[in-house]
Every structure is written in C-alpha cells, then in structure tokens.
Ligand binder design. Structure first.
Ligand code: MN3
Length: 207
C-alpha cells in the first residue's frame, strides 16, 4: 500500500509563494487521487507488490496489460512525483545548496544561478502539463530535463533519479498565478529546501 508523505508544514506555511488553497487541493485531492488509483491498480498486479515505486516506474515494460501499464505510469508517476515535490518544499526555503551538491552544481552548470536558469527554462518551456527535473545518478552526475504528464526520468531506466521536481501542471499554480507560470516558477525557488535535495543527492550517489 503506497502512502502519501506526511507534510511537516501546514498548507498555509508556504504563503505568499504557494497559496494555502492550492496546497490543500493539491495534496488532499490530486495527490490523494494518484495514490488511490495506484493502490487500486496494484491490487491487479500482485507480482509487483514487493517492489519499490522506483523499481516499478523504471520497469513499466514488465506490465503486459497495456491499460494497466498506462494506469501505473500515470498514477504511479503522480504518486512518486508529488511525494518528491512536497518533500522538497519548506517554509522560507533554504536559499542555496551547500557541501558536495553545491560543488557539483558549480562543476556541471558553472554556478547555482546558471542551474536555476536551466531549471526555469525547462519548467517554462514544457508545453502543457508536466514537470521540470534536476536528476542525479550513482556516479554523482547531474542533469536538468523536463517530462510531459506524470512521466519522470526513472521511466527511461537509464539510471537518472530525480532529486528536485517542479510541478508545472496548472493545478500547481493556477488559483494564484493564473496563466503566469513563470511567476510561480520564480516563487517556487523561494520555498525550496536545498538541504533535503542534498540529502537526496547523497542517497542516489551512494546507492
Ligand atoms: Mn501536481
């Protein structure tokens, strides 16, 4: 049984950057629905019951039934992606990464600002609903990308694991920002918990 992560902050704690109603609906309706739909699908896939969500998403081709495979792709993706999204948010944020992740960001992207520009471009450039990602692999490399729908880099099964996800579905910002996705993306960076992302980076790297 897959469970939504518990939030260690209140729905209104990310104001004014992400508003209370958006957070409440996002977590209690959207994320809850992905999670419930995934759990229902898993009842029809007992052979996958022992696998982690990461393993399930990186081996979707093992699900022979096409309709079930699509259900797991969309709802398993939605479950996993939102667990990451809600985990890396923090009231007040933590303005930039430190330590090993910070060093690697400077090496790969030149500077933290340059990484932010790349992530912002990926988020704003994603046509329609989807996500922008910062991913790591076990060699400690970093990559910026974006995906449509609830897809994520795990699904390519090439060793990339997302450590930061920006949800650019309209449900993530429309109540407050309307059509102005770029304003939401800028605001998102004000409430990012880089300490949590660094912890994710270290975990992927040492796996
Ligand atoms: Mn969402």
């Amino acid at each position: 049984m897959f469970k939504q992560i518990e939030l260690n902050y209140d729905f209104n704690a990310l104001e004014p950057y992400i508003d209370e109603l958006t957070m409440r609906i996002h977590y209690t309706k959207h994320h809850a629905a992905y999670t419930n739909n995934l759990n229902s699908a898993m009842e029809k896939l007992p052979e996958l019951k022992k696998l982690s969500i990461e393993d399930i998403l990186s081996s979707l081709s093992n699900i022979p039934n096409e309709a079930l495979r699509t259900t797991v792709r969309n709802n398993g993706g939605g479950f996993y992606n939102h667990n990451l999204y809600f985990a890396i948010l923090k009231p007040g944020g933590s303005k930039k990464p430190v330590g090993e992740l910070a060093d690697k960001i400077n090496k790969v992207f030149g500077s933290f600002d340059s990484l932010k520009e790349k992530l912002t471009a990926a988020a704003n450039g994603r046509f329609g609903s989807g996500w922008a990602w910062l991913s790591a692999n076990k060699n400690g490399d970093l990559m910026v990308s974006s995906s449509p729908n609830q897809d994520n880099p795990l699904m390519d099964n090439s060793g990339w694991v997302p450590i930061l996800g920006i949800d650019v579905w309209e449900h993530a910002y429309y109540l407050k920002y309307k059509n102005l996705r770029a304003d939401y993306v800028n605001a998102f960076f004000e409430v990012v918990n880089w300490d949590e992302i660094a912890a994710g980076y270290n975990k992927v790297k040492s796996a």
